[in-house]
Design a protein around this ligand. Structure first.
Ligand code: FES
Ligand SMILES: [Fe+2]
Length: 325
């Protein structure tokens, strides 16, 4: 599942083109729900996103009452199922079964649009705090990286950089030591997880008081991971998803949920996250090789890199090819 965009971006009545995993898709809201199609008409390859939506009629007696997407070139009419209903140049012809667009499974959760570019294998990642009325959720990004997705996710799972890359924001270079922590390795049905990682932060809750906080990290899919930071009763979580755009670029979107900090506006939280991500981006885009090496001999790994090691081992075990070497 890739998170290609936010739900709020897809207004009814518009055709929204996107490129994800090297494929051009078009998204639109029909009377039968949100749809994600390959942005390509089977007839002569025109972009369907240049076409129009014809709203269906509400008549139950009308066989053609569904919404249709009409191709801009020869006006073939496609129903929400992707099948072609009518070819105006030959109105008497029943369109052949091959006359249909390629469709992708799509769903919405946490304000995020999740697209399965193949057979959907896993459900959307669980992130209960984003649906908990005691938490506020803010959507951050998209953040664009000229980098491979696995490097971006590994950065999210990396605790040893917090005191240095994010000095003064998420860590303290004088207290950069990472205490040992446990990692539960991933298996065929779930990714790795690490609990109770203690990090010293200069200002974990915006009150200006330094404290030690606990991080819990988990990997849901090759390009989906999250963490929850706990500081007393305060919790702050991020569910991060990286969507490859093509072979060179990817973008990440973050669902951020927290149960404190009402004194900060959404904009202030976003500006903080933008700053943090920009610090990461410079490092991530500098990393060589670009492809994440899954051979553990290829880079140097230490005890404090346990979670990254577990992530690489797990990617290897599931045979991920994209963005890895
Ligand atoms: S290319 Fe779409 S109808 Fe001809
Ligand atoms: Fe970071």
């Amino acid at each position: 599942m890739v998170n290609g965009l936010w739900s709020r971006e897809i207004k009814s009545g518009i055709l929204l083109p996107r490129r994800t995993m090297g494929i051009d898709v078009v998204l639109w809201r029909s009377s039968e729900g949100l749809l994600c199609w390959r942005d390509l008409c089977i007839h002569r390859g025109a972009r369907l996103s240049l076409g129009t939506i014809r709203p269906g009629t509400s008549s139950a007696f009308d066989a053609d009452s569904r919404d249709c997407l009409i191709c801009p070139y020869h006006a073939w009419e496609y129903a929400p199922t992707g099948e072609c209903l009518r070819i105006p140049a030959q109105p008497e012809l029943t369109p052949p079964a091959k006359a249909r667009v390629e469709t992708f499974a799509v769903c919405e959760r946490y304000g995020v649009v999740w697209i399965a570019m193949g057979e959907p294998r896993d459900p959307v990642a669980e992130f209960p705090i984003a649906e908990d009325p005691g938490f506020r959720t803010v959507l951050a990004g998209p953040y664009r990286f000229r980098a491979q997705g696995p490097r971006v996710i590994e950065n999210l799972l990396d605790v040893a950089h917090l005191g240095f890359v994010h000095a003064g924001l998420l860590g303290d270079p004088q207290r950069g030591e990472v205490e040992d922590y446990e990692v539960i390795d991933g298996n065929a049905t779930r990714g790795p997880e690490a609990r109770q990682i203690r990090i010293w932060q200069p200002d974990p809750d915006g009150t200006g008081t330094a404290a030690s906080v606990n991080y819990h990290y988990w990997v849901h899919g090759p390009l989906t991971a999250g963490f929850i930071k706990t500081h007393g009763p305060q919790r702050f979580g991020i569910l991060a998803q990286v969507a490859p755009i093509d072979a060179e670029m990817c973008e990440s979107r973050l669902v951020m949920s927290l149960n404190y900090g009402d004194e900060f506006s959404d904009d202030e939280l976003l500006r903080f996250q933008d700053r943090v991500t920009e610090q990461d981006r410079i490092i991530i885009e500098s990393q060589r090789p670009e492809l994440l090496p899954l051979d553990l001999q290829a880079e140097l790994h230490l005890r404090s890199d346990r979670m990254a090691i577990a992530y690489r081992k797990w990617l290897r075990s599931i045979g991920l090819q994209y963005g890895t070497a």
